[in-house]
Design a protein around this ligand. Structure first.
Ligand SMILES: *Cc1c(COP(=O)(O)O)cnc(C)c1O
Length: 506
């Protein structure tokens, strides 16, 4: 137990009457405790019986209406608020915890992560800084990530919302390296030469957005073509850098993708690392879901070269199955990382002892000051499951993608739209005969099939555009997705496609 405060000089008992006091703690902890246990049980039941529910279902107007009321002035019981949650919120979530969810790249979360979230919320730590164990837990994750990616002990890391934020921060670090710390006062307008950045056309949209938000503008980002495997064409990268140098511009930042959002392609990271080194550019990797493939012996070799990056952005909430949100930025050189964000202000003065000790703080590595305890759910997930098990889950999603690819190859009405490198499969329904394919707009047909499937509650794939054609995109990320869920989705596509084609050609 904690040491009681015994020094009477430090805690004199005041014998004058106490002023009335308002607090948000329950008046009756016994009643509150019973309600708490009920809420925990309800959530465990939800997760245990997920498979029996639709993946997604449309929100009834009555439920929406309950969240369009005026500000509550009077209290309502916790039990009744919880009942609203059970009836009007819980059934109408996004479905990403469900095994049938395979649209977009999203993780499934875990029961362990859920409990860790509860503990973190109970502690209510603000992890912006100071000498507290929650910050030490975050440092443990930084140390583990150095180990996973073979980064040096001088590397730093920080939790953020997601990879969109981590990519933006990487641009800011690279900017400060390229232009010097004065850029923080003078802005990019003071640069002698215009800075240019490079990524593949397959890169996630948030890379261009990061260039926009950082003040460079999206036109300063060169979108390098990709090869047949949807990987960055490194000869085109070299040519683009050369052309920009010849035009008097200053190449400063190259983003490689480890697991592209559309098809799961991995850029030739080692070749890009060579080019970045020769060209003295910052080499950043968007490994939003793919980077944690390092935990899978099957995927890790495909990420060769990731250990050479200057920075890696990734999400624990995707392949890592940690509850939302848990993005992360790892930077090889902690000094360069701090140079972009640390700011001396009086109210954040560091001390050598007391709670204001323990510098540097997480707020020195990013724009957030107040921040929650994302490290705890990540620590629990890594600690309780271990990287071997999490790696097996990652391998399993790739195996399922392979299984789906084989099924597609065997079915004459289906067509694979892109090679499958990891866990993302893009395909489409193309009708029973060439005759049908000629008369039916396949983009519309496949868009309709996907929307039908969503509304059926059976499965949730998404769509994307591959080389100008609409494709059904199946991104298998969730640890709960199994062969049965894949079969259900595929049977749904085939049945709905057949029905729609029959109706159209009648
Ligand atoms: C998901 C994803 C992102 C965006 O990450 P968020 O965590 O959603 O901000 C960026 N890049 C790739 C490749 C992604 O898959």
């Amino acid at each position: 137990m904690d040491k009681p405060l015994t020094d009477p000089k430090m805690d004199p008992t005041l014998d004058h009457p106490q002023a009335p006091h308002q607090s948000l703690d329950p008046e009756d902890w016994t009643v509150f405790r019973a309600q708490s246990h009920q809420m925990l049980d309800d959530m465990l039941n939800f997760i245990e019986h997920l498979r029996e529910r639709p993946v997604w279902q449309p929100i009834p107007q009555t439920s929406r209406a309950k969240f369009q009321v005026s500000l509550p002035h009077q209290p309502q019981s916790l039990a009744s608020a919880h009942q609203t949650f059970m009836e009007d919120i819980l059934p109408y979530g996004p479905g990403n915890s469900h095994p049938g969810f395979m649209g977009w790249v999203q993780g499934g979360g875990s029961p362990v992560g859920m409990l860790a979230e509860m503990l973190a919320a109970g502690l209510n730590a603000n992890t912006g800084g100071r000498d507290q164990m929650p910050v030490e837990v975050e440092r443990q994750i930084v140390r583990w990530m150095r180990e996973l990616f073979s980064f040096p002990d001088s590397a730093s890391g920080v939790f953020v919302t997601g990879t969109s934020m981590a990519n933006l921060m990487a641009v800011l670090v690279a900017r400060t390296v390229a232009l010097g710390k004065n850029v923080r006062q003078d802005g990019v307008k003071a640069a002698e030469k215009q800075l240019t950045a490079y990524t593949s056309i397959e890169a996630h949209g948030c890379v261009a957005q990061a260039m926009d938000l950082a003040g460079f503008g999206t036109t300063a980002l060169r979108r390098i073509p990709s090869n047949d495997a949807f990987q960055m064409d490194t000869a085109a990268l070299r040519a683009a850098i050369e052309a920009d140098r010849a035009a008097g511009l200053q190449p400063f930042f190259i983003v490689g993708t480890a697991g592209s959002v559309d098809v799961g392609a991995v850029d030739p990271l080692n070749d890009i690392a060579d080019i970045a080194a020769q060209e003295k550019c910052w080499f950043h990797i968007d490994g939003a879901f793919g980077a944690l493939g390092m935990m899978s012996p099957q995927v890790a070799p495909l990420l060769h070269g990731i250990e050479r990056a200057d920075s890696i952005a990734f999400d624990f909430h995707k392949w890592g199955q940690v509850q939302y949100d848990a993005g992360f930025l790892l930077v090889r050189d902690s000094t360069l990382h701090m140079d972009a964000f640390a700011a001396p202000v009086a109210y954040l003065r560091r001390e050598t002892r007391g709670l204001a000790g323990g510098s540097p703080w997480p707020c020195d590595f990013g724009p957030d000051l107040s921040r929650g305890f994302r490290a705890l759910k990540t620590w629990f997930t890594l600690q309780v499951y271990g990287t071997e098990k999490l790696g097996k889950i990652i391998s399993q999603t790739c195996d399922l993608a392979h299984y789906l690819t084989q099924q597609i190859a065997q079915h004459p009405t289906l067509e694979l739209m892109a090679p499958v490198a990891l866990n993302v499969v893009c395909f489409r329904y193309r009708g029973q005969s060439t005759n049908e394919a000629a008369t039916i707009n396949l983009d519309d047909l496949n868009r309709d099939i996907v929307a039908d499937l969503h509304e059926s509650g059976l499965a949730v794939p998404s769509t994307t555009t591959i080389r100008g054609q609409l494709a059904i995109r199946v991104a298998i990320v969730n640890h709960r997705t199994d062969q049965r869920a894949i079969d259900t989705m595929l049977n749904g596509v085939i049945t709905l496609g057949r029905e729609r084609c029959a109706a159209e050609t009648k």
